[in-house]
Design a protein around this ligand. Structure first.
Ligand code: GLU
Length: 396
């Protein structure tokens, strides 16, 4: 899943959104795009199959877009349809009224697309996302935009973070969260929307973490959150501590090289304050509260994807060697879908750099239903996995 940025306020919205997208670049992406509603109430979209640099040079010539009322941007990591300019987000409805950016997957997009095509909607892309724009437009013919959005999301199956703009409500932005992270940064007469709070940390540290099945309606001076039934719900503003430098590449040409060189420092940072040499102990404050349950663990199940899975394999050797607790490691992407009988008293350790890996998150939800204790080993502070697990350790 890739990156989302949105902005409403008096700043140059193109600048805010492209800066935010740059902060999300390190996650990887295959294309990018931006949509704005201009002061003349025009919905304009620009996309590229290149990088954010390309997008920025396209936008340089677009004077009108810089004076927009609202803006949304996206870096895409294709799940449905090839990575190209047409499939890049934002996606727009037939009458160019609604624009949508989306992180995640709409599992039932095929059925919804068929329904919409029968109703006369024409699709331009191969993505699962495009159904959202058309569906909202369809409902909005009969009702207000907020209701149209809630009616739409009630039909969606899957994981999605959505940010929506509507030409007929040019001073509002709408966001939806379902199993895919979405945060709202609170400024003074301005709001910043992002799938990752680190991307807007340079503007504000005051963050609203939307919960699953919540929709937010945002104007320059207010935010109101409701559930999918349109019932208002309360929300907290959390102050986060984030070092923006952490998300910069420093002097390295790309992030992989930077991370290879950071290995030594990373291990030191992870252990800092956690080693008590004279007692020959390691103290992990984040799992102190579940210490007794962990000590009684009959079996340990490690879940991860990609490199986290490989780290888990090393963990298996170490845990079995040192603690003599039977340990098994699974790809979270397999584990979440198969019937995996789990023994009572097992402890689950989920590993994820971003703390947002969708498959790992789904696997955690599954074992939580079985009543197992879940621990996270996560890098991104305040990420979804760090909040969904019972306890855990930050890599720092
Ligand atoms: N499923 C959507 C697509 O393929 C969104 C992918 C993403 O999260 O970037 O366009």
């Amino acid at each position: 899943m890739c990156g989302i940025i949105g902005y409403i306020g008096n700043k140059d919205s193109i600048k805010v959104v492209t800066n935010g997208l740059r902060s999300l670049e390190y996650r990887g992406y295959d294309s990018a795009g931006i949509a704005v509603i201009t002061k003349n109430k025009k919905l304009l979209v620009r996309k590229t199959s290149g990088g954010i640099g390309d997008l920025v040079s396209i936008l340089k010539k677009e004077k009108e877009m810089h004076k927009s009322l609202v803006a949304i941007g996206h870096t895409r990591w294709a799940t449905h349809g090839s990575p190209n300019k047409t499939n890049a987000h934002p996606h727009v409805s037939c009458n160019k009224q609604i624009a949508v950016v989306h992180n995640g997957i709409i599992e039932n997009h095929k059925e919804l697309r068929e329904i919409l095509e029968k109703r006369g909607h024409t699709f331009k892309s191969e993505t699962d996302t495009e159904v959202v724009a058309h569906m909202i437009e369809d409902f909005a013919k009969k009702t207000d935009i907020k209701t149209a959005i809630s009616e739409t999301v009630r039909l969606l199956e899957g994981a999605y973070a959505l940010v929506i703009i509507d030409k007929n409500n040019p001073e509002n932005i709408y966001t939806v969260r379902m199993s895919s992270p979405l945060t709202i940064g609170v400024g003074k007469n301005e709001y910043f929307i992002s799938s990752d709070p680190a991307a807007i940390a340079r503007y504000t540290k005051n963050i609203i973490f939307l919960k699953d099945e919540e929709i937010a309606e945002i104007t320059k001076s207010s935010v109101s959150v409701s559930d999918f039934e349109n019932t208002p719900v309360s929300h907290d503003i959390v102050k986060i501590e984030l070092d923006v430098e952490e998300i910069r590449k420093g002097s390295f040409p790309h992030f992989m090289l930077k991370e290879i060189h950071e290995g030594r420092e990373v291990v030191i940072n992870t252990l800092r304050g956690r080693l008590i040499p004279h007692e020959e102990k390691i103290k992990l404050g984040g799992i102190e509260s579940v210490r007794n349950q962990v000590l009684k663990a009959k079996r340990i199940i490690i879940l991860g994807c990609g490199t986290s899975y490989y780290a888990g394999l090393v963990g298996e050797y170490l845990i079995e060697e040192i603690a003599s607790i039977p340990t098994e490691v699974h790809f979270a992407s397999e584990f979440r879908y198969k019937n995996s009988p789990v023994e009572e008293g097992s402890v689950v350790i989920a590993i994820s750099q971003s703390g947002e890996t969708a498959d790992t998150l789904a696997a955690i939800k599954k074992v939580k239903e079985d009543g197992l204790l879940t621990l996270g080993i996560v890098n991104a502070v305040g990420s979804t996995i760090s909040r969904e697990t019972d306890a855990g350790i930050y890599n720092h």
